[in-house]
Design a protein around this ligand. Structure first.
Ligand code: MG
Length: 400
């Protein structure tokens, strides 16, 4: 089997976008460049032996690469022009063949990569192309003329070549080529076109990023649900605190190591469950004196911090409290308000609460305990990330 190095060119300096580098923007739970890297790694069995990531000079790997992945990742330092950056990547590569790919194209499909590998030989390079679908105009000031689109194709990446042949071609080329295929053709080499993919578009404009995020949302699990449950005994001489609200009227309160706010506990466990994190019993153990009499709403705040750190935001929480006494309905709006203030920094309500009597059954029905169930829905938080390609969304980035 012929082996390929997959070279991802992420060396753009973002100089025309006030230094912002789109290759590192968040897309789903990953950086933009990472989508191509993961795709390449998934083809380890089909001939991709390594990934070479060409980073801007002085940049370090922005997201760690799992060393257990079947395909190793090497880093190369980008140059001033695209050709220099690619050459640097080719030097760091070690296999006989290469695919050179723009970091800004996150959705190159597996089938496309396979087509390219098949079409490449020692003397023939392979590029994905697509027929131009739109009518074309040349606009020169006020002069507008029609360009015949017949026979015109757009070119995508990855582009596949014999590695040392491409190195020779790039060393000899004028440095301002737009892609490797241009240099390859200029050197009189043979090029084979394979069918590209419409979804393999390049994230260049602000709208491209929006489109990419909409697609990423579908590809990644962008929502998760968690379930939380808690029960505490109702005893005399304890305050009753639910959702941070102290219910003075109640002669009974909940027994526990902390303030025993079982609503806050159930909601916290629902959030942690959705984020795939350990429950509050693990995070704030009852054996730890720090949490004696702790304000559970502060514990909830810490839970939200942890969930946020995992790249999630709280979309919705629904909870039901089962209690025979006291009647809780009058206090629910204030509980909702306090929970929402912690769960959603935008202040928008994201909580629904219900109180149910136990119909006289069980411990709850005798007023000996209280129970709470909560369900939480989390969404990926990337939609609110630092995501502007440019202030006007019209500046095109250099492609080095
Ligand atoms: Mg509890």
């Amino acid at each position: 089997m012929r082996k390929f190095s997959f070279v991802i060119v992420a060396g753009g300096s973002g100089s025309r976008m006030g230094g912002q580098r789109k290759q590192f923007l968040p897309l789903g739970g990953r950086s933009l460049w990472r989508w191509s890297a993961d795709r390449a790694a998934s083809l380890a069995g089909a001939g991709i032996g390594e990934i070479v990531l060409v980073l801007p000079r002085g940049e370090v790997l922005p997201q760690p690469w799992d060393e257990n992945t079947s395909v190793p990742l090497r880093i190369a330092e980008g140059g001033l022009s695209r050709a220099d950056s690619v050459l640097s990547g080719l030097l760091a590569a070690s296999f006989e063949y290469v695919m050179v790919h723009d970091a800004a194209r996150p959705f190159a499909g597996e089938a496309l990569l396979r087509r390219l590998m098949e079409a490449t030989s020692e003397t023939v390079g392979a590029v994905p192309v697509l027929p131009v679908a739109d009518a074309l105009k040349r606009v020169d000031g006020k002069q507008v003329s029609t360009v015949d689109r017949d026979g015109l194709f757009i070119t995508q990446t990855p582009q596949a070549f014999h590695r040392t042949s491409l190195m020779k071609v790039l060393r000899d080329c004028v440095s301002l080529v737009k892609d490797e295929a241009e240099a390859w053709l200029a050197a009189g080499m043979e090029l084979c076109c394979v069918e590209g993919e419409r979804l393999n578009f390049k994230v260049t404009w602000q709208d491209d990023l929006r489109m990419a995020r909409a697609l990423a949302e579908r590809e990644e699990s962008s929502q998760r649900t968690g379930l939380g449950y808690d029960v505490h005994r109702l005893v005399p001489d304890r305050p009753l605190i639910l959702g941070g609200v102290r219910i003075e009227e109640s002669p009974l309160g909940l027994l526990g190591h902390s303030d025993a706010d079982l609503l806050a506990h159930a909601v916290a466990d629902a959030l942690l469950g959705a984020a795939g994190l350990p429950d509050i019993g693990n995070l704030f153990p009852a054996s730890d004196p720090t949490y004696r009499g702790a304000d559970s709403m502060e514990l909830l705040r810490e839970v939200v911090r942890r969930v946020t750190r995992e790249g999630w935001r709280v979309s919705w929480v629904d909870a039901v409290i089962q209690a025979q006494v006291p009647r809780l309905n009058a206090f629910l709006p204030e509980m909702k308000k306090r929970l929402s203030a912690i769960l959603n920094p935008n202040g928008q309500n994201c909580v629904n609460l219900k109180a149910k009597s136990a119909e006289g059954t069980g411990d709850e029905g005798r007023g000996a305990s209280m129970t709470c169930w909560a369900a939480a829905t989390l969404c990926r938080a990337y939609a609110e990330g630092p995501d502007n390609l440019s202030p006007h969304g019209m500046n095109k980035e250099e492609n080095s």
